[in-house]
Design a binder for this molecule. Structure first.
Ligand SMILES: [Mn+2]
Length: 212
């Protein structure tokens, strides 16, 4: 690799410190601990007590190149609602904390991910003004895991509300619920990874307002 490319890369590496945070959220219903590194390698250790959610958050971290350690203990004897929601809130709080003043970030991100019959597009803006929209084609999506689209939507909505991310998810095609879910979480991982990446050419906060 040419010396100039190496020096550019190490300059970028030196220019930015790693964004590593820990968030602990405890209520009467759940106890959640999140360790997040936005500038990681995609290593994930997730245990929420909801196996399919563990699978999805691991895919999100892997394809977002985020290092994520998450342990949740919640009142699952009632149902998954509190744990699912609070995992989203704690993830959003960790993202917001790790992003800090958002200096030098690319801010916008988008990605398409296919998986067999499924295809999803995710577009995000780390604007500080949360918004969530998910569109899906007509027709039934078959889920077999007990973690259906409404649960995923609720978790992701809680996440982006607390992270301050304007998020648009469009499921373009797909019938197999497992495939569709994977495309959602992988595309969300890639799109947010793109948006949080810092560029040395952006020396301030990427907004004409000067704040996000
Ligand atoms: Mn899978």
């Amino acid at each position: 690799m040419a010396a100039s490319v190496r020096s550019k890369k190490s300059k970028a590496k030196k220019a930015f410190a790693e964004r590593k945070v820990e968030v602990v959220r405890a209520t009467r219903e759940t106890h959640i601990r999140v360790m997040l590194n936005l500038d990681g390698r995609g290593r994930a250790k997730v245990n929420t007590g909801i196996p399919f959610l563990d699978h999805m958050l691991s895919a999100f971290a892997k394809h977002g190149l985020f290092d994520l350690e998450l342990k949740a203990a919640g009142d699952l004897h009632i149902d998954i609602h509190h744990t699912n929601e609070d995992v989203g809130i704690a993830m959003g709080q960790a993202f917001s904390k790790a992003l800090g003043d958002k200096k030098s970030i690319r801010r916008f991100g988008f990605f398409y991910v296919p998986l067999g019959d499924a295809l999803t597009r995710v577009v995000v803006d780390i604007s500080g003004r949360p918004y969530f929209n998910l569109k899906k084609p007509d027709g039934e999506l078959r889920f077999t895991t007990g973690y259906d689209l409404p649960e995923a939507v609720h978790m992701l909505e809680s996440f982006v509300q607390h992270a301050g991310i304007d998020t648009h998810i469009q499921i373009i095609s797909g019938h197999d619920g497992h495939h569709v879910m994977e495309t959602i979480f992988k595309a969300f991982g890639r799109a947010t990874s793109m948006a949080v990446e810092r560029l040395t050419r952006i020396s301030d906060i990427p907004s004409t307002k000067g704040t996000l």
